[in-house]
Design a protein around this ligand. Structure first.
Ligand code: SF4
Ligand code: MG
Length: 334
Protein backbone atom coordinates (compact mmCIF):
# COMPACT_ATOMS: atom_id res chain seq x y z
CA UNK A 1 0.00 0.00 0.00
CA UNK A 2 2.41 2.55 -1.22
CA UNK A 3 1.20 6.04 -1.21
CA UNK A 4 2.10 8.50 -3.92
CA UNK A 5 1.25 11.96 -2.73
CA UNK A 6 2.94 13.84 -5.48
CA UNK A 7 3.67 12.61 -8.88
CA UNK A 8 4.91 14.97 -11.38
CA UNK A 9 5.52 14.03 -14.92
CA UNK A 10 6.21 16.21 -17.79
CA UNK A 11 7.96 16.26 -21.03
CA UNK A 12 8.07 19.96 -20.93
CA UNK A 13 7.47 21.64 -17.65
CA UNK A 14 8.95 24.94 -18.58
CA UNK A 15 10.60 23.12 -21.30
CA UNK A 16 11.63 23.81 -24.78
CA UNK A 17 10.78 27.44 -24.31
CA UNK A 18 14.27 28.64 -24.84
CA UNK A 19 13.59 32.02 -23.38
CA UNK A 20 12.79 30.51 -20.02
CA UNK A 21 15.82 30.85 -17.85
CA UNK A 22 15.01 28.47 -15.03
CA UNK A 23 13.84 25.67 -17.27
CA UNK A 24 13.54 22.19 -16.00
CA UNK A 25 12.92 19.63 -18.64
CA UNK A 26 11.47 16.17 -18.68
CA UNK A 27 11.61 15.94 -14.91
CA UNK A 28 9.53 13.25 -13.31
CA UNK A 29 9.58 12.34 -9.69
CA UNK A 30 7.49 10.56 -7.17
CA UNK A 31 7.44 11.29 -3.47
CA UNK A 32 6.15 8.64 -1.08
CA UNK A 33 4.86 9.14 2.40
CA UNK A 34 7.27 8.18 5.12
CA UNK A 35 10.31 8.60 2.88
CA UNK A 36 12.88 11.25 2.08
CA UNK A 37 13.85 11.86 -1.52
CA UNK A 38 16.99 13.90 -2.07
CA UNK A 39 17.34 16.06 -5.15
CA UNK A 40 21.05 16.81 -5.49
CA UNK A 41 22.77 19.21 -7.81
CA UNK A 42 24.92 22.29 -8.20
CA UNK A 43 23.42 25.73 -7.95
CA UNK A 44 21.72 26.55 -11.20
CA UNK A 45 20.81 22.94 -11.87
CA UNK A 46 17.12 23.69 -11.49
CA UNK A 47 16.56 21.86 -8.22
CA UNK A 48 15.01 24.83 -6.43
CA UNK A 49 12.83 25.41 -9.45
CA UNK A 50 11.45 21.91 -9.04
CA UNK A 51 10.54 22.69 -5.41
CA UNK A 52 8.89 25.94 -6.39
CA UNK A 53 6.93 24.28 -9.15
CA UNK A 54 5.74 21.63 -6.72
CA UNK A 55 4.80 24.33 -4.20
CA UNK A 56 2.96 26.06 -7.02
CA UNK A 57 4.98 29.19 -6.53
CA UNK A 58 5.82 29.03 -10.21
CA UNK A 59 3.22 28.10 -12.80
CA UNK A 60 3.58 24.83 -14.62
CA UNK A 61 3.65 25.39 -18.35
CA UNK A 62 3.51 21.71 -19.12
CA UNK A 63 3.35 18.41 -17.38
CA UNK A 64 1.29 17.81 -14.29
CA UNK A 65 1.29 17.36 -10.56
CA UNK A 66 -0.64 14.52 -9.02
CA UNK A 67 -1.50 14.37 -5.38
CA UNK A 68 -2.72 10.98 -4.15
CA UNK A 69 -3.08 10.00 -7.76
CA UNK A 70 -5.31 12.90 -8.72
CA UNK A 71 -4.08 15.57 -11.10
CA UNK A 72 -3.91 18.96 -9.45
CA UNK A 73 -5.53 21.78 -11.37
CA UNK A 74 -3.90 25.14 -11.82
CA UNK A 75 -3.83 26.51 -8.34
CA UNK A 76 -6.08 29.40 -7.58
CA UNK A 77 -8.21 30.53 -4.67
CA UNK A 78 -9.75 27.79 -2.60
CA UNK A 79 -8.08 24.89 -4.38
CA UNK A 80 -4.72 26.57 -3.95
CA UNK A 81 -5.23 26.74 -0.20
CA UNK A 82 -6.28 23.12 -0.18
CA UNK A 83 -3.11 22.23 -2.05
CA UNK A 84 -0.68 24.22 0.10
CA UNK A 85 -2.23 22.75 3.19
CA UNK A 86 -0.94 19.42 1.96
CA UNK A 87 2.29 20.52 0.29
CA UNK A 88 4.40 22.88 2.35
CA UNK A 89 7.80 24.34 1.59
CA UNK A 90 10.67 25.31 3.89
CA UNK A 91 13.29 27.62 2.48
CA UNK A 92 17.02 27.85 2.83
CA UNK A 93 17.17 31.08 4.81
CA UNK A 94 14.95 30.98 7.89
CA UNK A 95 15.80 34.59 8.68
CA UNK A 96 14.41 35.80 5.39
CA UNK A 97 11.31 33.66 5.66
CA UNK A 98 10.29 34.91 9.12
CA UNK A 99 9.05 38.44 9.57
CA UNK A 100 11.46 40.21 11.96
CA UNK A 101 8.76 42.36 13.58
CA UNK A 102 6.65 39.38 14.62
CA UNK A 103 7.07 36.79 17.34
CA UNK A 104 7.09 33.03 17.03
CA UNK A 105 3.55 33.04 18.44
CA UNK A 106 2.39 35.34 15.66
CA UNK A 107 3.95 33.26 12.89
CA UNK A 108 2.55 29.98 14.15
CA UNK A 109 -0.88 31.38 15.00
CA UNK A 110 -1.16 32.82 11.55
CA UNK A 111 -0.26 29.51 9.93
CA UNK A 112 -2.83 27.67 12.04
CA UNK A 113 -5.52 30.25 11.23
CA UNK A 114 -4.84 30.27 7.50
CA UNK A 115 -5.26 26.53 7.42
CA UNK A 116 -8.27 26.49 9.72
CA UNK A 117 -6.46 24.65 12.46
CA UNK A 118 -6.39 27.24 15.23
CA UNK A 119 -9.20 25.52 17.13
CA UNK A 120 -11.88 27.41 18.99
CA UNK A 121 -10.85 29.57 21.84
CA UNK A 122 -7.63 30.64 23.48
CA UNK A 123 -6.93 27.44 25.35
CA UNK A 124 -7.13 25.29 22.29
CA UNK A 125 -4.93 27.63 20.29
CA UNK A 126 -2.36 27.65 23.07
CA UNK A 127 -2.39 23.88 23.12
CA UNK A 128 -1.74 23.70 19.39
CA UNK A 129 1.06 26.25 19.51
CA UNK A 130 2.69 24.29 22.27
CA UNK A 131 2.32 21.05 20.35
CA UNK A 132 3.93 22.57 17.25
CA UNK A 133 6.98 23.76 19.17
CA UNK A 134 7.31 20.44 20.94
CA UNK A 135 7.19 18.66 17.63
CA UNK A 136 10.23 20.62 16.45
CA UNK A 137 11.93 20.12 19.81
CA UNK A 138 11.85 23.73 20.95
CA UNK A 139 11.11 23.07 24.60
CA UNK A 140 9.78 24.26 26.87
CA UNK A 141 7.55 26.00 24.33
CA UNK A 142 6.75 28.89 26.67
CA UNK A 143 10.36 29.91 26.38
CA UNK A 144 10.08 30.40 22.63
CA UNK A 145 6.56 31.57 21.89
CA UNK A 146 7.11 35.23 22.56
CA UNK A 147 10.55 35.57 21.07
CA UNK A 148 11.34 37.49 17.92
CA UNK A 149 13.34 35.89 15.11
CA UNK A 150 16.51 37.80 16.05
CA UNK A 151 16.31 36.33 19.54
CA UNK A 152 16.73 32.84 18.14
CA UNK A 153 19.74 31.01 16.75
CA UNK A 154 19.78 30.02 13.09
CA UNK A 155 18.86 26.45 13.96
CA UNK A 156 16.01 27.58 16.19
CA UNK A 157 14.72 29.84 13.43
CA UNK A 158 14.74 26.99 10.98
CA UNK A 159 12.83 24.88 13.52
CA UNK A 160 10.23 27.65 13.77
CA UNK A 161 9.96 27.71 9.98
CA UNK A 162 9.43 23.95 10.03
CA UNK A 163 6.84 24.28 12.82
CA UNK A 164 5.03 26.86 10.76
CA UNK A 165 4.94 24.46 7.80
CA UNK A 166 3.61 21.74 10.10
CA UNK A 167 0.87 24.12 11.18
CA UNK A 168 -0.82 23.27 7.89
CA UNK A 169 -0.72 19.54 8.73
CA UNK A 170 0.94 18.72 5.40
CA UNK A 171 1.55 15.37 3.73
CA UNK A 172 4.48 16.66 1.74
CA UNK A 173 7.33 18.84 2.93
CA UNK A 174 9.59 20.45 0.35
CA UNK A 175 12.84 21.38 2.08
CA UNK A 176 15.03 23.57 -0.11
CA UNK A 177 18.58 23.45 1.25
CA UNK A 178 17.16 23.54 4.79
CA UNK A 179 20.53 23.37 6.55
CA UNK A 180 23.00 24.90 4.14
CA UNK A 181 22.90 28.31 5.83
CA UNK A 182 23.22 26.88 9.32
CA UNK A 183 26.37 26.29 11.32
CA UNK A 184 27.86 22.92 10.59
CA UNK A 185 27.50 21.98 14.26
CA UNK A 186 23.73 22.20 14.17
CA UNK A 187 22.99 20.87 10.70
CA UNK A 188 22.75 17.29 11.82
CA UNK A 189 20.23 18.18 14.52
CA UNK A 190 17.89 19.76 12.00
CA UNK A 191 18.28 16.86 9.56
CA UNK A 192 17.54 14.42 12.36
CA UNK A 193 14.46 16.42 13.23
CA UNK A 194 13.22 16.15 9.65
CA UNK A 195 13.91 12.43 9.72
CA UNK A 196 11.92 12.12 12.91
CA UNK A 197 9.00 14.06 11.40
CA UNK A 198 9.05 11.89 8.33
CA UNK A 199 8.54 8.81 10.50
CA UNK A 200 6.12 10.24 13.02
CA UNK A 201 3.92 12.17 10.63
CA UNK A 202 4.54 9.93 7.62
CA UNK A 203 5.61 12.94 5.64
CA UNK A 204 6.90 12.70 2.12
CA UNK A 205 9.99 14.91 2.20
CA UNK A 206 11.79 16.31 -0.81
CA UNK A 207 15.23 17.27 0.43
CA UNK A 208 17.02 19.62 -1.92
CA UNK A 209 20.75 19.89 -1.45
CA UNK A 210 24.10 20.40 -3.12
CA UNK A 211 25.68 18.11 -0.52
CA UNK A 212 25.57 14.56 -1.79
CA UNK A 213 27.11 13.21 1.42
CA UNK A 214 24.11 14.40 3.41
CA UNK A 215 21.78 12.76 0.89
CA UNK A 216 23.40 9.43 1.61
CA UNK A 217 22.83 9.83 5.31
CA UNK A 218 19.42 11.35 5.22
CA UNK A 219 17.50 10.26 2.14
CA UNK A 220 15.98 6.95 1.14
CA UNK A 221 16.11 7.80 -2.54
CA UNK A 222 18.57 10.10 -4.28
CA UNK A 223 18.01 11.87 -7.56
CA UNK A 224 20.81 13.81 -9.21
CA UNK A 225 20.01 16.84 -11.28
CA UNK A 226 22.13 18.45 -13.94
CA UNK A 227 21.20 21.37 -16.16
CA UNK A 228 17.48 21.06 -15.63
CA UNK A 229 17.27 17.29 -15.93
CA UNK A 230 17.40 14.38 -13.54
CA UNK A 231 20.32 12.28 -14.74
CA UNK A 232 20.47 9.49 -12.18
CA UNK A 233 18.27 7.99 -9.52
CA UNK A 234 18.09 5.07 -7.16
CA UNK A 235 18.31 4.25 -3.51
CA UNK A 236 20.69 6.58 -1.75
CA UNK A 237 23.18 3.96 -0.69
CA UNK A 238 23.61 2.70 -4.25
CA UNK A 239 23.73 6.08 -5.93
CA UNK A 240 26.31 7.44 -3.51
CA UNK A 241 28.44 4.30 -3.22
CA UNK A 242 28.23 3.19 -6.84
CA UNK A 243 27.34 6.23 -8.87
CA UNK A 244 26.64 5.34 -12.47
CA UNK A 245 26.40 8.70 -14.21
CA UNK A 246 29.70 10.49 -14.88
CA UNK A 247 28.24 13.65 -13.38
CA UNK A 248 27.34 11.91 -10.13
CA UNK A 249 30.85 10.47 -10.08
CA UNK A 250 32.24 13.96 -10.47
CA UNK A 251 30.02 15.29 -7.69
CA UNK A 252 31.21 12.61 -5.31
CA UNK A 253 34.84 13.07 -6.28
CA UNK A 254 34.61 16.77 -5.48
CA UNK A 255 32.63 16.40 -2.25
CA UNK A 256 34.71 17.76 0.62
CA UNK A 257 34.47 14.48 2.48
CA UNK A 258 32.01 11.97 1.11
CA UNK A 259 32.02 9.93 4.30
CA UNK A 260 30.92 12.73 6.54
CA UNK A 261 27.28 13.05 7.32
CA UNK A 262 27.28 16.74 6.62
CA UNK A 263 30.00 18.54 4.78
CA UNK A 264 32.09 20.94 6.79
CA UNK A 265 32.99 23.02 3.82
CA UNK A 266 31.34 23.85 0.58
CA UNK A 267 31.54 21.59 -2.38
CA UNK A 268 34.74 22.13 -4.29
CA UNK A 269 34.49 23.24 -7.86
CA UNK A 270 33.19 20.23 -9.67
CA UNK A 271 35.98 19.53 -12.06
CA UNK A 272 36.44 21.21 -15.35
CA UNK A 273 33.93 23.60 -16.70
CA UNK A 274 30.82 25.19 -15.34
CA UNK A 275 27.22 24.21 -15.36
CA UNK A 276 25.72 25.30 -18.67
CA UNK A 277 23.30 28.10 -19.09
CA UNK A 278 19.75 26.84 -19.10
CA UNK A 279 18.81 29.38 -21.71
CA UNK A 280 20.56 27.43 -24.42
CA UNK A 281 21.68 24.13 -22.93
CA UNK A 282 24.13 21.97 -24.93
CA UNK A 283 22.60 19.64 -27.47
CA UNK A 284 22.63 15.92 -26.94
CA UNK A 285 23.65 15.03 -23.40
CA UNK A 286 23.78 18.35 -21.58
CA UNK A 287 26.81 17.13 -19.66
CA UNK A 288 28.87 16.27 -22.73
CA UNK A 289 31.11 19.38 -22.70
CA UNK A 290 32.34 18.40 -19.23
CA UNK A 291 32.17 14.65 -19.49
CA UNK A 292 35.47 12.74 -19.50
CA UNK A 293 33.74 9.71 -21.01
CA UNK A 294 31.74 11.39 -23.76
CA UNK A 295 31.07 9.38 -26.87
CA UNK A 296 30.42 10.72 -30.33
CA UNK A 297 26.66 10.33 -30.09
CA UNK A 298 26.59 12.27 -26.80
CA UNK A 299 27.00 15.52 -28.71
CA UNK A 300 23.79 15.15 -30.63
CA UNK A 301 21.50 12.57 -29.04
CA UNK A 302 20.01 13.18 -25.60
CA UNK A 303 20.39 9.94 -23.64
CA UNK A 304 17.22 8.25 -22.38
CA UNK A 305 17.06 6.55 -18.99
CA UNK A 306 18.74 3.20 -18.80
CA UNK A 307 17.74 0.88 -15.98
CA UNK A 308 20.53 -0.70 -14.00
CA UNK A 309 20.36 -3.19 -11.18
CA UNK A 310 18.33 -2.71 -8.05
CA UNK A 311 16.17 0.14 -9.27
CA UNK A 312 19.11 2.40 -10.09
CA UNK A 313 18.96 4.20 -13.42
CA UNK A 314 21.07 6.67 -15.36
CA UNK A 315 20.45 8.86 -18.38
CA UNK A 316 23.77 8.13 -20.03
CA UNK A 317 24.79 6.43 -23.25
CA UNK A 318 27.41 4.35 -21.46
CA UNK A 319 24.55 2.12 -20.37
CA UNK A 320 23.02 1.52 -23.76
CA UNK A 321 23.10 -2.15 -24.76
CA UNK A 322 23.00 -3.32 -21.19
CA UNK A 323 25.84 -1.10 -20.07
CA UNK A 324 28.97 -3.18 -20.49
CA UNK A 325 30.85 -1.13 -17.96
CA UNK A 326 28.92 0.19 -15.02
CA UNK A 327 31.50 2.94 -15.12
CA UNK A 328 31.35 3.26 -11.38
CA UNK A 329 34.40 3.62 -9.23
CA UNK A 330 34.23 -0.14 -8.87
CA UNK A 331 33.81 -0.97 -12.52
CA UNK A 332 36.64 1.29 -13.59
CA UNK A 333 39.14 -0.49 -11.44
CA UNK A 334 38.46 -3.92 -12.56
FE1 SF4 B 1 29.01 11.50 -20.63
FE2 SF4 B 1 27.78 10.71 -22.86
FE3 SF4 B 1 27.02 9.73 -20.50
FE4 SF4 B 1 26.49 12.26 -21.16
S1 SF4 B 1 25.68 10.43 -22.16
S2 SF4 B 1 27.27 11.54 -19.23
S3 SF4 B 1 28.35 12.80 -22.31
S4 SF4 B 1 28.99 9.44 -21.48
MG1 MG C 1 18.64 26.93 -4.75
Amino acid sequence: TKHFPVRRTGRDLLAGRRRTVHAVDDVSLELRRGTVTALVGESGSGKSTVARLLAQLYPLTGGEIRLDGTAVKAARGRSFRAYVRRVQIVFQDPFASLNPVHTVRYHLTRALRIHGRAGSGEAELEERLTALLERVQLTPPQQYLDRFPHELSGGQRQRVAIARALGADPQVLLADEPVSMLDVSIRLGVLNLLKDLKDRLRLAILYITHDIASARYFADTTLVMYAGRIVEGGDSETVTQHPAHPYTQLLIASAPDPDRVVAESEQKETGSGEPPSLIAPPAGCRFHPRCPKALERCRTEPPPRFDLEGGQWAACWLYADGGADRATGRGDDG
